[in-house]
Ligand binder design. Structure first.
Ligand code: BJW
Ligand code: ZN
Length: 293
C-alpha cells in the first residue's frame, strides 16, 4: 500500500542530512516556473501539435523545415528565460556533495546556466544547443546558440511572437494553431559542414531513438559503483517516458528512498509508491529550495 506524506519536510530533512549519494531525476515541470511550457497536461507545448508528430525522426525526414521551426522556437524561448531557484538549489547541492548526480530529461540549457557542475549532470535527452548531422553515418556535432538558428528560420514580419520584448531574435509561436507557418524547404536548411551530404538537426533524442551512449554509460557507472544510494528526487516529470523514468527502480534496489515533487498529486514515481516515499505537491521552484536548504 502506498504511503504518501504530503508535508513531511522534517522527516525529509532528517534523511537528507544523513545522505551522501543522491540522484535527481528532472522533467519539464522544473523549468515551467521559468516560463517554459511542459509537454503534457495544461499549457502543454504539444496540445495543438502532437508530440510524436514533431519529436520523431520520421517527422524530420518528412518535413525537416517544420520540425526545425518548432525547435527554432524552443531555442528562442529557452534563451529568453532564466534558471529558477530550483535549478540553483540543485547546482549548489551538486557542488557540495560529490555523490550527487542529476539525470535531466530537459534540453533547455537551464541547469548548465545555473552553474550545475557538468560532470554531475547527465543530459538524457540531449540539448537544444547541440546541433548534429542528420546522417546516422556522420558524427558531426557543434555547440550553437544562434537565434534564429539560420536565416530561413527568421520569422516573417508581423507574425505573433510571445516574447516580442526579448532581446535575442524572434520566432513564431507555433504552439498556437492559428499561426500559419510559411514552409521552409529542406534546401534552405544548413547542411553538415563535415560530410556535406545531409542537413543539420537538433541534438535532442526523439521517440524511437536511443539515448546517448556516453550518457547512459556514465549513469550506469554511477549506479553500479555506488555501494548505496540514499535518495532519488523525482522533480517535475510525468514519469511516462522511458528509459528515463525507469531509473527509479535501480535507485531503489540500491536502497534509495523516493521523493516526488510535482504540481500534480497523480504523477507519481514509475513503478508506483512504497512505504517511506515522500510526495510534495506544489511548485518545484518553491519546494526544491525549501527541501534542500
Ligand atoms: C510541475 C510544475 C511545477 C508542471 N512544479 N511540477 C517501454 C515501455 C513503453 C514505451 C517505451 C519503453 N521504452 C521505450 C519506449 C518508447 C518511448 C517511450 O517512452 N514512450 C512512452 C511515451 C510510452 N521511448 C523512447 O522512444 C526513447 N528511446 C528509446 O527507448 O530507445 C530505445 C532504442 C534502443 C536502441 C535503438 C533504438 C532505440 C526516447 C525517448 C525520447 C523522449 N524525447 C522527448 C523529446 C526530446 C526533445 C524535445 O524536447 O523536443 O523528451 S519527448 C518529451 O517527454 C521530452 C521530455 O524530456 C520527455 C519527458 O517529459 P516530462 O519532462 O516528464 O514532461 P511532461 O510534460 O510529461 O510532465 C511535466 C510534469 O511537470 C507533469 O507531471 C506536471 O504535473 C509537472 N509540473 N509544472 C512541479 N511548477
Ligand atoms: Zn554530416
Amino acid at each position: 500500500a502506498a504511503t504518501i506524506n504530503e508535508q513531511d519536510v522534517a522527516s525529509f530533512h532528517k534523511h537528507l542530512r544523513g545522505s551522501t549519494h543522491i540522484l535527481a531525476l528532472l522533467g519539464a515541470g522544473l523549468s515551467a516556473p521559468s516560463g517554459l511550457p511542459t509537454f503534457r497536461g495544461a499549457g502543454g507545448l504539444w496540445r495543438t501539435h502532437d508530440a510524436v508528430s514533431l519529436a520523431s525522426p520520421e517527422a524530420f525526414e518528412a518535413d525537416p523545415g517544420l520540425v526545425w521551426q518548432f525547435y527554432n522556437y524552443r531555442r528562442h524561448m529557452a534563451l529568453n528565460v532564466n534558471p529558477n531557484p530550483a535549478h540553483y538549489a540543485l547546482a549548489e547541492l551538486a557542488k557540495r556533495m560529490p555523490g550527487f548526480a542529476t539525470l535531466s530529461q530537459n534540453v533547455d540549457g537551464l541547469s548548465p546556466r545555473a552553474g550545475h557542475p557538468p560532470e554531475q549532470l547527465h543530459l538524457l535527452h540531449g540539448s537544444l544547443f547541440q546541433i548534429k548531422c542528420a546522417s546516422e553515418r556522420c558524427d558531426y556535432v557543434e555547440t550553437n546558440f544562434d537565434d534564429p538558428f539560420c536565416e530561413a528560420l527568421r520569422p516573417p514580419e508581423g507574425i505573433i511572437d510571445p516574447t516580442a520584448n526579448s532581446v535575442r531574435g524572434t520566432a513564431p509561436d507555433i504552439s498556437d494553431a492559428s499561426v500559419s507557418l510559411p514552409s521552409v524547404p529542406r534546401s534552405a536548411l544548413p547542411s553538415c559542414p563535415s560530410c556535406k551530404s545531409d542537413v543539420l538537426r537538433p541534438g535532442v533524442v526523439w521517440f524511437g531513438e536511443p539515448l546517448p551512449e556516453d550518457v547512459l554509460g556514465a549513469v550506469d557507472d554511477y549506479i553500479n559503483s555506488a555501494e548505496k544510494i540514499d535518495l532519488i528526487m523525482v522533480i517535475g516529470t510525468s514519469s511516462k517516458v522511458q528509459p528515463a523514468a525507469g531509473y527509479v527502480g535501480p535507485a531503489r534496489r540500491k536502497g534509495a528512498r523516493v521523493c516526488v515533487i510535482n504540481m500534480d498529486p497523480n504523477d507519481g514515481p514509475s513503478g508506483g509508491w512504497r512505504k517511506g516515499d515522500w510526495m510534495f505537491t506544489g511548485d518545484a521552484a518553491v519546494l526544491v529550495p525549501k527541501l534542500l536548504e
